[in-house]
Ligand binder design. Structure first.
Ligand SMILES: [Zn+2]
Length: 117
């Protein structure tokens, strides 16, 4: 069994956050490339086609925003890790529950503040 000392745990965390950040950046690039590709989406002449394109476009915008928000959280968590404030809520300063950090390593707010955000 490897010993889980603090430095090893932080290195793991840095790797997890860096990987997630890269992943999100790639997803954002893919999404942007697809949206900007003139051959990707063609507007149909019928109203029905236009509507489905608009809906798809909206869901892409929503996905893009969601990814950007998550990427901002990942970058913030990386900064907090570097500052030594990782695991503390940005809003109220309380310790973020370890279960929450396990599920969401880039969480920058405790569950209470996150749900009221
Ligand atoms: Zn809080």
């Amino acid at each position: 069994m490897p010993t889980a000392d603090d430095s090893a745990a932080n290195t793991d965390l840095e790797a997890v956050l860096a990987t997630k950040g890269d992943e999100l950046t790639r997803e954002l690039q893919t999404l942007t490339a697809r949206t900007d590709d003139p051959g990707g989406i063609s507007f149909g002449k019928r109203v029905g086609d236009g509507t489905s394109v608009a809906v798809e476009r909206l869901s892409q915008v929503a996905a893009h925003e969601r990814l950007q928000v998550m990427l901002a959280d990942v970058r913030r968590a990386q900064a907090k890790l570097a500052q030594g404030s990782y695991g503390e809520c940005d809003e109220c300063g309380a310790r973020i529950h370890p279960d929450r950090l396990d599920a969401l390593p880039w969480a920058t707010h405790c569950i209470t503040c996150a749900s009221s955000r």
